[in-house]
Design a protein around this ligand. Structure first.
Ligand code: F6P
Length: 320
């Protein structure tokens, strides 16, 4: 393995730059040439390839976003797009690829591995934490911390005005951002796609907390259920409390990565290159029970995400 390519794909996530750095530096350590591909699979199809050196990745470990930029690329789902992507790899003599992205990006990696024989390693980079095979995806921790910062501020003003705050967080079809930011911020209620909600039960919970002396309430709603505006409107129709919606939006995708995400980035990036250096491809790296693991990329993308019911019950028991 002499030349490896590296791309970031799908929605960006804090820690992607730290992972780029780890891949480049680890590759150079093993005597490889490392090529960065701009704009994800779109750049691979359009031949946006450049060599990355030691200093190309200086001073980026602390930066949010992705230096390589990213895109969601529908062309990669077509045979024509896939063939062009493989042609670009062949043109530059790239014989191994690291893909940093979410499950959509992993599917592209799976196609390259499976159908075109390109040894590919997937690094899970998405704020959504929606991949079952790994306990955490890169960017999730920072995104949750950003949500916490905003929810803390909302709590201040909601308490002053004795209001109910409905906060919408991202996560696509996964409720993990809502679950973790709900527990860690002391939100009284979370609403996630994995569990059916009952507005009357939510109002009962608010009533109980007010009877217990609480002056405000935070309801964290995952975007996979509905938007904050709609949820707040539905709630307001049934209650006399003053309800205010806030959509955190893309703010939660930016910002300097947390320590946890930088550590994941270093370990995921390094592991990906170690695998390629050992001639092993078609794997996804991850973390399970605090250990860095790798598994078959096809198996990794086909595992169905489960929801942590015990954590959900914990919130119900301790936030009131
Ligand atoms: O996958 C990351 C994510 O931020 C999701 O949480 C969200 O649903 C989606 O991307 C938003 O995508 P876009 O930035 O394309 O609007």
């Amino acid at each position: 393995m002499k030349r490896i390519g590296l791309l970031t794909s799908g929605g960006d996530a804090p820690g992607m730059n730290a992972a780029i750095r780890a891949v480049v530096r680890s590759g150079l350590y093993f005597g490889m040439q490392v090529y960065g591909i701009e704009r994800g699979y779109a750049g691979l199809i359009e031949d946006k390839v450049m060599p990355l050196e030691m200093r190309s990745v200086s001073n980026i470990v602390q930066l949010g976003g992705t230096k390589l930029r990213t895109a969601r690329c529908l062309e990669m789902l077509t045979k024509e797009g896939q063939k062009q992507a493989v042609q670009t790899l062949e043109k530059h003599g790239i014989d191994g690829l690291v893909v940093i992205g979410g499950d959509g990006s992993f599917r592209g990696a799976k196609i390259l591995s499976d159908e075109y024989g390109v040894p590919t390693i997937g690094i899970p980079g998405t704020i959504d934490n929606d991949l079952e095979y790994t306990d955490y995806t890169l960017g999730f921790d920072t995104a949750v911390n950003t949500c916490l910062d905003i929810i803390n501020k909302l709590r201040d003003t909601m308490t002053s005005h004795e209001r109910v705050s409905v906060v919408e967080v991202m996560g696509r079809h996964c409720g993990d951002i809502a679950l973790f930011s709900g527990i860690a911020s002391g939100a009284e209620i979370i609403v996630v796609p994995e569990i059916k909600f009952d507005m009357d039960e939510i109002i009962n919970r608010i009533n109980r907390s007010r009877a217990n002396g609480k002056h405000s309430n935070i309801i964290v709603v995952a975007e996979g259920v509905m938007g904050a505006d709609d949820f707040a409107r539905q709630l307001q129709e049934k209650t006399a409390y003053s309800v205010r919606p806030t959509c955190i939006g893309h703010v939660q995708r930016g910002g300097s990565p947390s320590m946890a995400d930088r550590m994941l980035a270093a370990q995921f990036g390094n592991k990906a290159v170690r695998l390629l250096n050992d001639g092993i491809g078609n794997r996804a790296v991850g973390i399970r029970d605090n250990k860095i693991i790798d598994m078959d990329i096809i198996e990794a993308v086909s595992m169905k995400k489960t929801f942590n019911l015990e954590l959900y019950e914990t919130l119900q028991m301790i936030s009131m």
